[in-house]
Write a protein that binds this ligand. Structure first.
Ligand code: PHE
Length: 343
Protein backbone atom coordinates (compact mmCIF):
# COMPACT_ATOMS: atom_id res chain seq x y z
CA UNK A 1 0.00 0.00 0.00
CA UNK A 2 1.43 3.28 -1.13
CA UNK A 3 0.85 6.14 1.28
CA UNK A 4 0.93 9.90 1.07
CA UNK A 5 4.09 9.73 3.09
CA UNK A 6 5.71 7.37 0.62
CA UNK A 7 4.73 9.58 -2.32
CA UNK A 8 6.05 12.70 -0.62
CA UNK A 9 9.35 10.96 0.15
CA UNK A 10 9.87 9.85 -3.45
CA UNK A 11 8.97 13.28 -4.72
CA UNK A 12 11.52 14.92 -2.45
CA UNK A 13 14.10 12.56 -3.87
CA UNK A 14 13.10 13.43 -7.45
CA UNK A 15 13.11 17.15 -6.79
CA UNK A 16 16.42 16.89 -4.95
CA UNK A 17 18.29 14.89 -7.62
CA UNK A 18 16.70 16.15 -10.75
CA UNK A 19 16.42 19.86 -10.10
CA UNK A 20 20.11 19.90 -9.19
CA UNK A 21 20.89 18.13 -12.44
CA UNK A 22 18.66 20.51 -14.39
CA UNK A 23 20.38 23.58 -12.95
CA UNK A 24 23.80 22.28 -14.00
CA UNK A 25 22.83 20.87 -17.43
CA UNK A 26 25.35 22.03 -20.03
CA UNK A 27 23.23 21.98 -23.19
CA UNK A 28 19.62 22.15 -24.30
CA UNK A 29 20.08 18.55 -25.50
CA UNK A 30 21.12 17.39 -22.03
CA UNK A 31 18.13 19.24 -20.61
CA UNK A 32 15.76 17.41 -22.95
CA UNK A 33 17.24 14.12 -21.80
CA UNK A 34 16.50 14.99 -18.19
CA UNK A 35 12.99 16.08 -19.09
CA UNK A 36 12.26 12.71 -20.68
CA UNK A 37 13.77 10.84 -17.75
CA UNK A 38 11.49 12.64 -15.31
CA UNK A 39 8.34 13.50 -17.25
CA UNK A 40 8.50 11.14 -20.24
CA UNK A 41 6.11 8.19 -20.52
CA UNK A 42 8.37 6.02 -18.44
CA UNK A 43 9.80 8.92 -16.46
CA UNK A 44 10.18 8.79 -12.70
CA UNK A 45 7.39 11.23 -12.00
CA UNK A 46 5.04 9.67 -14.55
CA UNK A 47 5.55 6.22 -13.01
CA UNK A 48 4.94 7.69 -9.57
CA UNK A 49 1.67 9.24 -10.82
CA UNK A 50 0.54 5.78 -11.80
CA UNK A 51 0.86 4.48 -8.21
CA UNK A 52 -1.58 7.16 -7.11
CA UNK A 53 -4.49 4.68 -7.38
CA UNK A 54 -2.87 2.65 -4.55
CA UNK A 55 -2.94 5.59 -2.13
CA UNK A 56 -5.85 5.41 0.35
CA UNK A 57 -8.72 7.50 -0.91
CA UNK A 58 -8.67 9.98 1.98
CA UNK A 59 -5.00 10.76 1.27
CA UNK A 60 -5.30 10.73 -2.52
CA UNK A 61 -6.23 14.42 -3.07
CA UNK A 62 -3.28 15.59 -0.97
CA UNK A 63 -0.94 13.14 -2.72
CA UNK A 64 -2.16 14.31 -6.13
CA UNK A 65 -1.58 17.92 -5.21
CA UNK A 66 1.98 17.23 -4.08
CA UNK A 67 2.69 15.32 -7.29
CA UNK A 68 1.27 18.06 -9.52
CA UNK A 69 3.24 20.75 -7.73
CA UNK A 70 6.36 18.67 -8.18
CA UNK A 71 5.69 18.32 -11.89
CA UNK A 72 5.26 22.06 -12.25
CA UNK A 73 8.41 22.75 -10.27
CA UNK A 74 10.40 20.46 -12.56
CA UNK A 75 8.97 22.12 -15.68
CA UNK A 76 9.75 25.58 -14.30
CA UNK A 77 13.34 24.59 -13.54
CA UNK A 78 13.73 23.20 -17.07
CA UNK A 79 12.37 26.38 -18.67
CA UNK A 80 14.62 28.61 -16.59
CA UNK A 81 17.71 26.61 -17.48
CA UNK A 82 16.70 26.39 -21.13
CA UNK A 83 16.51 30.21 -21.34
CA UNK A 84 19.95 30.54 -19.75
CA UNK A 85 21.45 27.97 -22.10
CA UNK A 86 19.84 29.60 -25.15
CA UNK A 87 21.45 32.90 -24.27
CA UNK A 88 24.83 31.25 -23.77
CA UNK A 89 24.51 29.36 -27.04
CA UNK A 90 23.70 32.55 -28.98
CA UNK A 91 26.57 34.42 -27.35
CA UNK A 92 28.86 31.54 -28.21
CA UNK A 93 27.65 31.42 -31.84
CA UNK A 94 28.20 35.15 -32.21
CA UNK A 95 31.76 34.74 -30.90
CA UNK A 96 32.75 31.66 -32.86
CA UNK A 97 30.70 31.84 -36.08
CA UNK A 98 31.68 35.46 -36.61
CA UNK A 99 28.24 37.07 -36.92
CA UNK A 100 28.93 40.70 -37.86
CA UNK A 101 26.43 42.75 -35.91
CA UNK A 102 27.59 45.93 -37.67
CA UNK A 103 26.49 44.58 -41.07
CA UNK A 104 23.82 46.84 -42.68
CA UNK A 105 20.25 45.54 -42.73
CA UNK A 106 18.16 44.91 -45.81
CA UNK A 107 17.56 48.24 -47.51
CA UNK A 108 13.87 49.04 -48.03
CA UNK A 109 12.98 49.66 -51.69
CA UNK A 110 12.09 53.31 -52.15
CA UNK A 111 9.69 54.55 -54.79
CA UNK A 112 10.54 57.45 -57.08
CA UNK A 113 8.81 59.83 -59.45
CA UNK A 114 8.09 58.51 -62.94
CA UNK A 115 10.39 60.08 -65.57
CA UNK A 116 7.36 61.64 -67.30
CA UNK A 117 6.37 63.33 -64.02
CA UNK A 118 9.95 64.55 -63.50
CA UNK A 119 10.15 66.05 -66.98
CA UNK A 120 6.65 67.54 -66.71
CA UNK A 121 7.61 69.25 -63.47
CA UNK A 122 10.86 70.51 -65.00
CA UNK A 123 8.94 71.99 -67.97
CA UNK A 124 6.43 73.56 -65.55
CA UNK A 125 9.23 75.10 -63.45
CA UNK A 126 10.83 76.69 -66.51
CA UNK A 127 7.58 78.37 -67.60
CA UNK A 128 6.47 79.27 -64.07
CA UNK A 129 9.79 81.11 -63.71
CA UNK A 130 8.87 83.13 -66.83
CA UNK A 131 5.53 84.16 -65.27
CA UNK A 132 3.21 81.53 -66.81
CA UNK A 133 0.56 79.85 -64.68
CA UNK A 134 -0.98 76.39 -64.94
CA UNK A 135 -4.49 75.59 -66.18
CA UNK A 136 -5.92 72.09 -66.57
CA UNK A 137 -8.62 70.88 -68.94
CA UNK A 138 -10.68 67.68 -69.19
CA UNK A 139 -9.42 64.53 -70.98
CA UNK A 140 -12.91 64.06 -72.46
CA UNK A 141 -13.80 66.83 -74.89
CA UNK A 142 -16.47 67.62 -77.44
CA UNK A 143 -15.71 68.31 -81.11
CA UNK A 144 -16.19 72.02 -80.56
CA UNK A 145 -13.26 72.39 -78.13
CA UNK A 146 -10.98 69.79 -79.71
CA UNK A 147 -11.56 70.85 -83.34
CA UNK A 148 -14.12 73.54 -84.35
CA UNK A 149 -13.09 76.34 -81.99
CA UNK A 150 -9.48 75.65 -82.99
CA UNK A 151 -10.32 76.39 -86.61
CA UNK A 152 -10.14 72.81 -87.90
CA UNK A 153 -12.13 72.59 -91.16
CA UNK A 154 -14.95 69.99 -91.10
CA UNK A 155 -13.09 67.65 -93.46
CA UNK A 156 -9.78 67.71 -91.54
CA UNK A 157 -8.27 64.16 -91.34
CA UNK A 158 -7.65 64.44 -87.58
CA UNK A 159 -11.42 64.20 -87.16
CA UNK A 160 -11.42 60.77 -88.73
CA UNK A 161 -12.52 57.80 -86.60
CA UNK A 162 -9.18 56.19 -87.37
CA UNK A 163 -7.20 59.06 -85.84
CA UNK A 164 -9.32 59.92 -82.82
CA UNK A 165 -10.86 57.87 -80.02
CA UNK A 166 -14.56 58.70 -80.00
CA UNK A 167 -16.60 57.80 -76.91
CA UNK A 168 -20.00 58.75 -78.35
CA UNK A 169 -21.33 61.17 -80.92
CA UNK A 170 -19.63 64.43 -80.05
CA UNK A 171 -17.61 63.01 -77.13
CA UNK A 172 -13.99 62.10 -77.68
CA UNK A 173 -10.68 61.74 -75.88
CA UNK A 174 -8.77 64.96 -76.62
CA UNK A 175 -6.10 64.49 -79.27
CA UNK A 176 -4.00 67.42 -78.00
CA UNK A 177 -3.94 69.90 -75.11
CA UNK A 178 -4.90 72.82 -77.39
CA UNK A 179 -8.61 72.73 -76.28
CA UNK A 180 -7.37 74.13 -72.93
CA UNK A 181 -6.62 77.33 -74.91
CA UNK A 182 -10.34 77.60 -75.67
CA UNK A 183 -11.52 76.83 -72.10
CA UNK A 184 -9.08 79.34 -70.62
CA UNK A 185 -9.66 82.17 -73.12
CA UNK A 186 -13.43 81.84 -72.66
CA UNK A 187 -13.08 81.95 -68.88
CA UNK A 188 -10.47 84.70 -68.44
CA UNK A 189 -9.78 87.96 -70.25
CA UNK A 190 -6.24 88.81 -71.45
CA UNK A 191 -3.48 89.31 -70.44
CA UNK A 192 -2.88 85.53 -70.26
CA UNK A 193 0.31 83.50 -69.90
CA UNK A 194 -0.70 79.89 -69.33
CA UNK A 195 0.69 76.39 -69.63
CA UNK A 196 -1.58 73.33 -69.65
CA UNK A 197 0.01 69.91 -69.04
CA UNK A 198 -2.01 66.73 -69.47
CA UNK A 199 -2.79 63.43 -71.16
CA UNK A 200 -3.74 63.16 -74.84
CA UNK A 201 -5.07 60.24 -76.86
CA UNK A 202 -4.87 59.14 -80.45
CA UNK A 203 -5.96 56.02 -82.23
CA UNK A 204 -2.36 54.91 -82.82
CA UNK A 205 -0.97 51.40 -82.42
CA UNK A 206 1.80 51.37 -79.83
CA UNK A 207 5.31 51.19 -81.23
CA UNK A 208 8.71 52.68 -80.34
CA UNK A 209 7.53 56.22 -81.10
CA UNK A 210 3.73 56.01 -80.69
CA UNK A 211 1.37 55.33 -77.82
CA UNK A 212 -2.46 55.65 -77.79
CA UNK A 213 -1.99 57.73 -74.61
CA UNK A 214 0.78 60.28 -74.21
CA UNK A 215 1.40 63.63 -72.54
CA UNK A 216 1.63 67.19 -73.80
CA UNK A 217 2.29 70.61 -72.36
CA UNK A 218 0.38 73.40 -74.10
CA UNK A 219 1.44 76.99 -73.63
CA UNK A 220 0.05 80.33 -74.80
CA UNK A 221 0.29 84.04 -74.20
CA UNK A 222 -2.34 86.64 -75.17
CA UNK A 223 -2.05 90.38 -74.67
CA UNK A 224 -1.92 93.62 -76.64
CA UNK A 225 1.15 93.69 -78.84
CA UNK A 226 2.35 90.08 -78.49
CA UNK A 227 4.63 89.45 -81.47
CA UNK A 228 6.40 86.54 -83.13
CA UNK A 229 9.64 87.71 -81.48
CA UNK A 230 8.00 87.08 -78.06
CA UNK A 231 7.30 83.50 -79.12
CA UNK A 232 10.88 83.07 -80.25
CA UNK A 233 12.27 84.58 -77.03
CA UNK A 234 10.12 82.41 -74.74
CA UNK A 235 10.79 79.18 -76.65
CA UNK A 236 14.53 79.96 -76.90
CA UNK A 237 14.66 80.39 -73.14
CA UNK A 238 12.82 77.07 -72.75
CA UNK A 239 15.23 75.20 -75.07
CA UNK A 240 18.25 76.61 -73.26
CA UNK A 241 16.88 75.85 -69.75
CA UNK A 242 15.85 72.35 -70.75
CA UNK A 243 18.76 71.21 -72.90
CA UNK A 244 21.59 73.58 -71.96
CA UNK A 245 22.59 77.08 -73.04
CA UNK A 246 24.89 75.79 -75.77
CA UNK A 247 22.04 73.93 -77.56
CA UNK A 248 21.33 75.47 -80.99
CA UNK A 249 17.67 75.63 -82.05
CA UNK A 250 15.81 76.77 -85.13
CA UNK A 251 12.27 77.69 -86.12
CA UNK A 252 11.04 75.95 -89.25
CA UNK A 253 7.84 77.03 -91.10
CA UNK A 254 4.93 74.67 -90.55
CA UNK A 255 1.15 74.56 -90.52
CA UNK A 256 -1.53 74.18 -87.85
CA UNK A 257 -5.16 75.26 -88.37
CA UNK A 258 -5.12 77.24 -85.09
CA UNK A 259 -1.91 79.25 -85.63
CA UNK A 260 -0.79 81.59 -88.42
CA UNK A 261 2.08 81.80 -89.09
CA UNK A 262 3.16 78.46 -87.62
CA UNK A 263 6.58 77.10 -86.83
CA UNK A 264 8.09 73.90 -85.58
CA UNK A 265 11.06 74.17 -83.24
CA UNK A 266 14.04 71.88 -83.79
CA UNK A 267 17.05 71.49 -81.54
CA UNK A 268 20.49 70.37 -82.68
CA UNK A 269 20.88 67.10 -80.86
CA UNK A 270 24.43 65.89 -80.29
CA UNK A 271 25.22 62.32 -79.38
CA UNK A 272 28.53 60.59 -78.93
CA UNK A 273 28.46 57.23 -80.68
CA UNK A 274 30.08 54.09 -79.23
CA UNK A 275 33.05 54.61 -81.59
CA UNK A 276 33.61 58.06 -80.07
CA UNK A 277 32.37 60.05 -83.04
CA UNK A 278 29.91 62.85 -82.27
CA UNK A 279 26.80 62.81 -84.45
CA UNK A 280 24.58 65.88 -84.84
CA UNK A 281 20.97 65.85 -85.92
CA UNK A 282 18.13 68.41 -86.02
CA UNK A 283 15.18 67.01 -84.09
CA UNK A 284 11.70 68.50 -83.83
CA UNK A 285 10.59 69.16 -80.25
CA UNK A 286 7.38 71.20 -80.55
CA UNK A 287 4.80 72.97 -82.69
CA UNK A 288 3.99 76.66 -82.29
CA UNK A 289 2.69 79.81 -83.94
CA UNK A 290 0.73 83.03 -83.59
CA UNK A 291 -2.84 82.24 -82.47
CA UNK A 292 -5.16 82.40 -85.50
CA UNK A 293 -7.59 85.38 -85.38
CA UNK A 294 -10.50 82.95 -85.83
CA UNK A 295 -9.51 81.17 -82.59
CA UNK A 296 -9.44 84.46 -80.67
CA UNK A 297 -12.82 85.39 -82.17
CA UNK A 298 -14.26 81.99 -81.16
CA UNK A 299 -13.36 82.92 -77.57
CA UNK A 300 -14.82 86.44 -77.80
CA UNK A 301 -11.40 88.08 -77.85
CA UNK A 302 -11.03 90.92 -80.37
CA UNK A 303 -8.12 90.04 -82.74
CA UNK A 304 -7.79 93.73 -83.70
CA UNK A 305 -6.90 94.52 -80.11
CA UNK A 306 -5.17 91.35 -78.90
CA UNK A 307 -2.59 88.97 -80.35
CA UNK A 308 -0.99 85.88 -78.93
CA UNK A 309 1.25 82.91 -79.51
CA UNK A 310 0.78 79.24 -78.63
CA UNK A 311 2.92 76.13 -78.56
CA UNK A 312 2.51 72.45 -77.74
CA UNK A 313 5.08 69.80 -76.98
CA UNK A 314 5.05 66.07 -76.25
CA UNK A 315 6.51 65.29 -72.82
CA UNK A 316 7.61 61.77 -73.87
CA UNK A 317 9.58 63.24 -76.75
CA UNK A 318 11.33 65.78 -74.49
CA UNK A 319 12.07 63.03 -71.94
CA UNK A 320 13.45 60.70 -74.64
CA UNK A 321 15.83 63.42 -75.83
CA UNK A 322 16.84 64.53 -72.36
CA UNK A 323 17.58 61.02 -71.07
CA UNK A 324 18.62 59.35 -74.33
CA UNK A 325 15.68 56.90 -74.27
CA UNK A 326 14.93 55.36 -77.66
CA UNK A 327 11.58 53.64 -77.12
CA UNK A 328 8.27 55.06 -75.98
CA UNK A 329 7.39 51.60 -74.65
CA UNK A 330 9.86 52.13 -71.81
CA UNK A 331 7.65 54.74 -70.15
CA UNK A 332 4.58 52.55 -69.84
CA UNK A 333 5.95 49.02 -69.41
CA UNK A 334 6.61 49.66 -65.70
CA UNK A 335 9.85 47.71 -65.73
CA UNK A 336 11.43 48.64 -62.39
CA UNK A 337 14.94 48.25 -63.87
CA UNK A 338 14.10 51.14 -66.23
CA UNK A 339 12.21 53.27 -63.69
CA UNK A 340 14.86 52.86 -60.95
CA UNK A 341 17.31 54.82 -63.13
CA UNK A 342 15.41 58.05 -62.47
CA UNK A 343 15.96 58.59 -58.75
N1 PHE B 1 -1.67 70.88 -80.80
C1 PHE B 1 -0.55 70.67 -81.69
C2 PHE B 1 -0.26 69.15 -81.80
O1 PHE B 1 -0.75 68.40 -81.01
C3 PHE B 1 0.69 71.37 -81.22
C4 PHE B 1 0.57 72.87 -81.23
C5 PHE B 1 0.07 73.54 -80.11
C6 PHE B 1 0.93 73.61 -82.34
C7 PHE B 1 -0.03 74.92 -80.11
C8 PHE B 1 0.82 74.97 -82.36
C9 PHE B 1 0.34 75.64 -81.26
O2 PHE B 1 0.47 68.73 -82.68
Amino acid sequence: MTTLQEIARQIDAILGDDTREIASAQSTAALEEIRLRVLGKKGRLSLLMRTMKDVPSDERPAAGKVANEAKEAVLRAIEERRAQLREQEIAHAVRTEGVDVTMPGIRPRLGALHPITRVRRRIEDIFLAMGFRIELGPDIEDEHHNFDALNFPPEHPARDMHDTLYLATDLLLRTHTSPVQIHTMKKYAPPLAVIAPGKCYRSDAADATHSPMFHQVEGFMVDTNIRFSDLKGVLGEFVHSMFGYDTPYRLRPSFFPFTEPSAEVDILFRRRRADGQVVEKWLEILGSGMIHPNVLRNCDIDPEKYTGFAFGMGIERIAMLRYGINSMYSFFENDVRFLAQFV
